[in-house]
Write a protein that binds this ligand. Sequence first.
Ligand code: MSP
Length: 667
Amino acid sequence: MSDGKKGGGFYITTPIYYVNDVPHIGHAYTTIACDALARWHRMMGDSTRFLTGTDEHGQKIQQAAEKRGMTPIQLCDEVVVNIRRLWPLLEISNDDFIRTTEERHAKVVRHFFKTLLDKGDIYKGNYEGWYCLPCEAYFPDAQTGEAKTCPDCGRPLSRMSEESYFFRLSDYQEKLIRHYEEHPDAIMPKARYNEVMSFIRGGLQDLSVSRTTLKWGIPVPGDDRHVVYVWLDALINYASAVGYPESGGLWETYWPDVRHMVGKDIIRFHAVIWPAILMAMGMNPPVRVFAHGWWTVEGEKMSKSKGNVVDPFEMIEVYGADAFRYFLLREVPFGNDGDFSELGMAHRVNSDLANDLGNLLNRTLQMIEKYRGGRLPDGACLLRAREIDRAVAQAARQIIDRMDRDMDDFALDSALKTLWTLISSGNKYIDETAPWKLGKPGNDPDERLDIVLRTLWEVLRLTAIILYPFMPATAGRIWEQLGLKAEAPDIGAVKLPDWEWGRGNDAIDVKKGEVLFPRIDMPKWVEEKALRDAAKKPGAEMAESGPGGAPDAKKFSQIEIEDFKKLEIRVARIERVETIEKAAKLYKLHVDLGSEKRVIVSGIREHFKEEDLVGKKILVLCNLKPAKFRGIESNGMLLAAEAEDDGKEIISLATVSGDFPAGSLIS
Ligand code: MSP
């Protein structure tokens, strides 16, 4: 087995995502983390493969499809598009994308099942347990309580027995313990290792690996009354995607180096069931299963009903993919749980990205342009570097090794911290060497300035290379501004082991470009966030499809009439329209509601002229909690239809026909 070091192999996988959900921060997190690792290993010269995909069979999908009046495959085909289009937006560099509904996968599942059946590791038996007929699910004794009622719907459960195939998991208890004792790094972090070990030591029972209660799955070979249990089906994706067991298939190269990244909730499937199945197949168990923690949002569990699901599409639109990637990987020690707060992200953009990184680049390029007309001083000057300059070079060399060790341990946050010590040392070096003093004619010899500028440029060149796995687009922009694009157009193709401090004496012209991360203006940010939050509230379901996602009536959850009655929607007459200073999108509308007058701040300025609005009768949601925009309290929200026409957002205000009195209630 390779240790995944330079020139070795590195096969990394994400869990395959269910298609009954829209992609959220959890999916983005795992995939971004794997992407950073894959990019790092490619840069190290390792033979790297990065896999992701979708988990498309099973009860959840069948039920979700039924609810929407579709066949399961129609649902899968529709939802997979949403997941697939997210990855390029997040700069994910996966080499393959597997769907469990593909034939290349199904045939490998059949192969696994048949092999294990032939070997006696799978046998036919009876599954007995407490079953809820309406929910069509078994529940473990521990969840059924004394009354034996369904933990989901509360109805009485029936004792049922059903024919099932079983995998002899119990036979693998000792083998797994021995394997993990010999490979303590095979489950990380340590706390998860201990948790899994104590679970295994607690005793393993044979596992039911087929179902007769549903149709949406891969039929068991030779017995199509059964379909293969969705988790067995899903886990096999890691092997089917690399062409197991074809001779000459990719798996021959990559399987010995497979590493699975998962969330902590699915560690047992990956660190107990899957290695046992692989052992039974005579295959190597994974080199490592790493379980990362879970994100809460502003201190709360993320849930659709709370409407606090973090939408990666929105984060990309507001902050850009790189800032989002940076925040997720830097904010929380990888492996721990974390709390997502947009405020925290905005602060990090300002401090780490705009200040530390942005300033280092700006100041350096500005000085090279000002003092050297944009031409980089020749690397030969570094031969006469002083102690202070050599210390920076020395620290830079050590940083690569430290980051490599962090990346080996999947300590992504720590790798980024290490990288930032390089950036900080660059900024400190500017302050200490004060190049603007050297730049003054008649001061120090000219060569001193050359050395300082070249040293800074070297710090930035290395920064770009080692930043690339985490923030690929930003690294590319730095690369370009440093003038390196002409000789190496693709920073991603640079191999870190080839890197040398001060190499090459070629004439390079730097080219200061746009600021990498403009500072976020916090007061403005607060107002814009309030607008975004308000926009999400009434149509929370719309947010599910992400920006640009088509609204789909079938997808809306149903509400009771009582829910609708909570809305107080009235006819209002617009009396006066004011613009708001420095708010290009907002109008301050003075409306008459019959019995009272109100002010409503609305983001429709780009769509209507003031004179088109005055006198118009519109519909207003009156009992929405007041909110402040640009310091103005808005009391209500006007209703409007939104659509896209030729890529442009169009809006039509909801109104009533005829001369209806202001204040009339809509019911
Ligand atoms: N289909 C299975 C995996 C099969 S792998 C052979 C599955 N899919 S999932 O879509 O429900 O979840 C995918 C991943 O998202 C899991 O690793 C899960 O831990 C992760 N997350 C879901 N919510 C999360 C957070 N709030 N925070 C971080 N990750 C979370 O499970």
